[in-house]
Write a protein that binds this ligand. Structure first.
Ligand code: ATP
Ligand code: MG
Length: 568
């Protein structure tokens, strides 16, 4: 490809809406452009990266026994009504009607479509197992589309579904996918970690996430450096270090006026007590029952854990008006003492003494609140995210925390969808049995962003070799110089013949501009032809991740490139 013809509109200015590196660099380097919030156009360089990622994914899916299918993006509402998800998927689903007022969804995922397809076209145990996958756009009207390709409303996903006779079969399919996913991220040369994950709204009972490690990742991971354990903080059980013996006496309960002080931060300043001494009291609605949950003032409530602990189908924050019907207080003045609903206390709260919390009366707080004396929880639960210093559930060493981008997610679904959609096969005894399923997703477009998030410097992107849009950029310093231009053309043609993916920067620009662009778009190797190198029958070779140029005799260029690109 000649740079003079390549459509890569680079930007000099940093786009203001781009908060994370991958978003900034993909815009600046002319890979993507925003068409609408969370909806992007991919320009030619991006398409090449995406196709390389897809190729690696396809090869590994096929190797694991997968077969590619193409399922519709426009999906009839009836399928979703049958599974029950039309009602519960909520605003994240794009919905539309046709001219006959029939409802459809733009596919956010494909369990409904594929389960129905398989059910209608298999009969016997002999037809299973099946591993079917596709790579296509998915549509999710995310509440906060952000970070460019990281959280789009239209994005590319590989979704695979496994159909097995029984749970042993599912375990085997799951194991195959687990290995295939590892192979995929290894082949892309990305630094990643596999973590135990919550299976969330999809249901099922086992799930792993594949995280590309990056400081800007949206996901927090706890991991143990003494053993292999790693988990999403949402999922990891919180195992508290041994309690330090408490010798403080329980002080008398006191009610303090706290006019207009509603947040923990307000109270920390006013009462001069650290946030760790507060009880955060949250009111929720669990399947129509109002409940209260207590967590330490500096902690965040983990809704998924709470939902598992309660075993409820629907869980939401309560409306303030409903709370006011119970007590004379709004959200900022709620507390554990005398609250007329079931109280669920995080295990950490049980260790606290002489705590502060709202008095269930606007503008008043209690201090010196003690569990047992002033309130008794209905149940003690583990409902906060894991944090640094919690103990490893496998080996009891203190856990550490790091950030990652979730690029892949695998689930055991079991019979959740086959039951809902009545998808069955006939077993050897002639009995009808539910098909046992798994589902396995990879965010293709998110993976491209994650790769940038992990591989860049102040000059631009540094693509990992296996997914770089082009491998080599050949740059004559001055295209007006006949000798340089001819030499560059010859090298370009030779490299193409040798099977490399090459850009020839034939633009009539200053060398500095061309070098800057080559760095920005992240091409792994730059071969520069200048007057000095030509005199010595050499070229300059520079690897994107190194600072120095090396002078390479023309006759050794092929060997030097092999060194970089051909795996040993
Ligand atoms: P998240 O927790 O980030 O919303 P998810 O659990 O909803 O992800 P899945 O339904 O498991 O995601 O989808 C499979 C993969 O698709 C994810 O691992 C992720 O890589 C990708 N993905 C999901 N949502 C988006 C999105 N809005 N934009 C880009 N990629 C996405
Ligand atoms: Mg999501």
């Amino acid at each position: 490809m000649r740079a003079s013809q390549l459509f890569f509109p680079t930007l000099r200015e940093l786009p203001s809406e781009a908060e994370v590196i991958s978003h900034q660099l993909l815009l600046r380097a002319g890979f993507i452009r925003k068409t609408a919030s969370g909806i992007y156009s991919y320009l030619p360089l991006a398409m090449r990266v995406l196709q390389k990622i897809e190729r690696i994914v396809r090869e590994e899916m096929d190797k694991a026994g997968g077969q590619e299918v193409g399922l519709p993006i426009v999906q009839p509402a009836e399928l979703w009504q049958q599974s029950g998800r039309w009602a519960v998927y909520g605003d994240e689903m794009f919905r539309l009607t046709d001219r006959h007022d029939r409802w459809y969804a733009l596919g956010p995922t494909h369990e409904e479509v594929i389960t129905t397809l398989v059910d209608e076209n298999i009969n016997s145990y002999r037809d299973l197992p099946l591993l079917l996958y596709q790579i296509q756009n998915k549509y999710r009207d995310e509440i906060r589309p952000r970070f460019g390709l990281m959280r789009g409303r239209e994005f590319i996903m590989k979704d695979m579904y496994s159909f097995d006779l029984d749970s042993d079969g599912l375990a085997e399919s799951y194991r195959k996918m687990y290995s295939a996913y590892r192979a995929i991220y290894e082949r892309m040369s990305l630094d990643f970690r596999v973590v135990e994950a919550d299976s969330g709204a999809i249901g099922g009972n086992e799930s792993h996430e594949f995280m590309v490690l990056a400081e800007t990742g949206e996901s927090l991971i706890v991991y143990c450096d003494q053993c292999e354990y790693a988990a999403n903080v949402e999922k990891a059980p919180c195992i508290l270090p041994e309690a330090v013996p408490e010798h403080r006496e329980e002080l008398p309960l006191e009610k303090i006026p706290t006019p207009n002080l509603r947040t923990i931060q307000d109270l920390v300043e006013f009462l001069q007590q650290p946030a760790t001494n507060y009880i955060k009291t949250l009111m929720l609605r669990a399947d129509d029952e109002l409940i209260a949950v207590l967590v330490r003032g500096d902690r965040e409530l983990n809704l998924l854990k709470l939902q598992h602990a309660l075993g409820c189908a629907v869980l939401d924050m309560a409306e303030e008006s409903a709370v006011r019907k119970l007590v004379a207080a709004g959200f900022g003045s709620l507390g554990a003492v005398g609250l007329p609903v079931k109280i669920y206390a995080d295990q950490e709260v049980m260790r606290m003494k002489n705590m502060a919390c709202g008095a269930n009366e606007d503008d008043y707080h209690f201090i010196n609140v003690n569990v047992g004396r002033d309130f008794t929880p209905h149940q003690v639960v583990d409902v906060r995210d894991a944090v640094e210093g919690d103990l490893c559930p496998q080996c009891s060493q203190p856990l550490k925390v790091m950030r990652g981008v979730e690029v892949g997610h695998i689930f055991k679904l079991g019979t959740k969808y086959s039951e809902a959609l009545d998808a069955r096969y006939t077993d050897q005894q002639g009995q009808a049995q539910n098909i046992v399923m798994g589902c396995y997703g990879i965010g293709i477009s998110r993976t491209m962003a994650a790769a940038v998030e992990q591989n860049y410097d102040e000059n631009g992107i540094i693509w990992p070799l296996p997914i770089a849009p082009y491998q080599i950029i050949v740059t004559p310093v001055n295209v007006k110089n006949d000798e340089q231009r001819a030499a560059a053309e010859k090298i370009y043609a030779d490299l193409l013949d040798a099977g490399y993916e090459v850009i020839l920067d034939d633009r009539d620009e200053r060398a500095g501009v061309k070098f800057k662009d080559a760095d920005l778009i992240g091409i792994p190797v730059r071969v520069t032809i200048g007057p000095k190198s030509l005199q010595e029958n050499c070229v300059e070779m520079k690897k994107r991740w190194e600072n120095e140029n090396t002078l390479v005799p023309l006759k050794d260029l092929s060997a030097a490139l092999k060194e970089v690109f051909v795996p040993k």
